[in-house]
Design a protein around this ligand. Structure first.
Ligand SMILES: NC(=O)C1=CN([C@@H]2O[C@H](COP(=O)(O)OP(=O)(O)OC[C@H]3O[C@@H](n4cnc5c(N)ncnc54)[C@H](O)[C@@H]3O)[C@@H](O)[C@H]2O)C=CC1
Ligand SMILES: O=P(O)(O)OC[C@H]1O[C@](O)(CO)[C@@H](O)[C@@H]1O
Length: 380
């Protein structure tokens, strides 16, 4: 059994590659980072460490890698032979890897099924990748693109060994089975469900909404990590408020049990506070334009709540904080900041969040944004 995994980064090595190897796949990582690719090719093994009370390390053996920039033909050949293709490159890069995947799929024996699973923080990731592949190649009937949700906190890594990756112990990987043949491959640790929507929204609107707001409020109050942010009652309250709002929405939409969902929120607050994980604000806050887009973790639940006549003030505050965020090393943050400086907050709301300053959510965001501007000046 062969698997190709695009993106030998933190979640690629620390979660997806690990589970594939545990299942018995020979895993070939594809990446553009030559340090990581060369080390994987030379050693064929790496270690995953656990940031938990028990700690411990696991060896991931029998892996190799290819560089998609310098070895595109080899990547295409590897796709020809693969049973499963997974990705963890970041949502905005799926369009970049799609041509190579399309060419590899085109060259396959068309009788053999293949499963392509995007493991990205986005709703409908695999179907989005399928649409990107379809721009280059007609998608055959037995190329399956089941949507997935992946959850494990893997912070930025700062080790001498470029392959070592430290992860939290908790993980959840959910794959949608609707439309798959009976004999779809089972991956160790994966939960298979017929309808992924409740799972991906529960995860995105809790783990990712809470994390994002902790990061943007954290940046506003000059914190360095998520755990540090949550020791500040102003930030903690902001995160909890937003999570009870998204919780209300999830209960309305999917009929989750309120007691179970409250426990899920508290479990995630504990994950954010894990003292063994140094999760830097810059990682969790990265790509604010994507995180502020109408289909992502902040604006989507806020809009859906307001449409139901339910308050979303905590989310509005989190969104405002995201609009104040600035990291000069993050291209999206730089773009957003330059846009706000040039055209003002109302136009930015329109251009990036697809919200008008006069609608109830837009006007709440602007009120918070203006209050925060004063706060920025007073705590600077
Ligand atoms: N780190 C985490 O805790 C989690 C991350 N995710 C998702 O996984 C995805 C990756 O996140 P991370 O692993 O944290 O990021 P990362 O930056 O550590 O890994 C991304 C990898 O993709 C590689 N890459 C970039 N362009 C490429 C290309 N054209 N072809 C092949 N590889 C390419 C990069 O060199 C890097 O090694 C994101 O969508 C993220 O939302 C999901 C759950 C948890
Ligand atoms: O990877 P993204 O979408 O930029 O967002 C970072 C988020 O993803 C995770 O790494 C995993 O869901 C969270 O820890 C964090 O909230």
């Amino acid at each position: 059994m062969k698997a190709i995994h695009f993106g030998a980064g933190n979640i690629g090595r620390g979660f997806i590659g690990l589970q594939l190897v545990k299942t018995g796949y020979e895993v070939c990582f594809v990446d553009v980072n030559s340090t990581v690719v060369d080390a994987l090719k030379a050693r064929h093994t790496y270690e995953v460490g656990y940031a938990s009370e028990q700690g411990g390390r696991e060896r991931v053996d029998g892996v190799t890698a290819l560089n998609s920039l310098s070895e595109p033909d080899q990547v295409i050949a590897a796709i020809r032979d693969a049973d499963v293709i997974t990705t963890a490159v970041g949502p905005s890069l799926l369009s970049k890897i799609a041509p190579l995947i399309a060419e590899g799929l085109r060259q396959r024996d068309q009788q053999t099924p293949v499963y392509v699973i995007a493991c990205e923080n986005m709703i409908g990731g695999s179907k989005h990748l399928q649409a990107e592949v379809a721009k280059h190649q007609t998608v055959a009937e037995n190329w399956y693109f089941p949507n997935a949700a992946v959850d494990r906190i893997v912070p930025l890594q700062h080790h001498e060994d470029p392959l070592y990756v430290e992860v939290e112990e908790f993980f959840e990987w959910v794959i949608e089975t609707t439309g798959l043949p009976e004999a779809y491959p089972r991956i160790e640790g994966v939960t298979y469900v017929e309808n992924i929507e409740p799972f991906i929204e529960r995860k995105l609107f809790t783990v990712n909404t809470g994390h994002a707001i902790a990061s943007y409020l954290g940046a506003l109050f000059h914190k360095e990590t998520i755990a540090e942010s949550l020791t500040d009652p102003r930030i903690r309250r902001g995160v909890q408020t937003a999570l009870y709002e998204t919780g209300w929405l999830l209960l309305e939409k999917y009929g989750f049990n309120p007691v179970d969902h409250s426990a899920y929120i508290q479990k995630n607050m504990k994950r954010f506070e894990n003292p063994r994980i140094h999760d830097e604000i810059i990682r969790v806050a990265r790509s604010p334009i994507r995180k502020l887009s109408p289909s992502d973790r902040l604006v989507k639940p806020a809009k859906e709540l307001m449409e139901r006549g339910i308050e979303a003030d905590g989310l509005a505050r989190g969104i405002a904080a995201a609009l104040t965020y600035f990291d000069p090393n993050d291209s999206e943050s730089s773009e957003l900041n330059a846009y706000i400086t040039k055209y003002g907050i109302e136009d930015a709301l329109n251009a990036y969040l697809k919200l008008s300053a006069t609608d109830p959510l837009g006007s709440r965001i602007i009120e918070h944004y203006e209050a925060m501007q004063q706060q920025v000046n007073s705590i600077a």
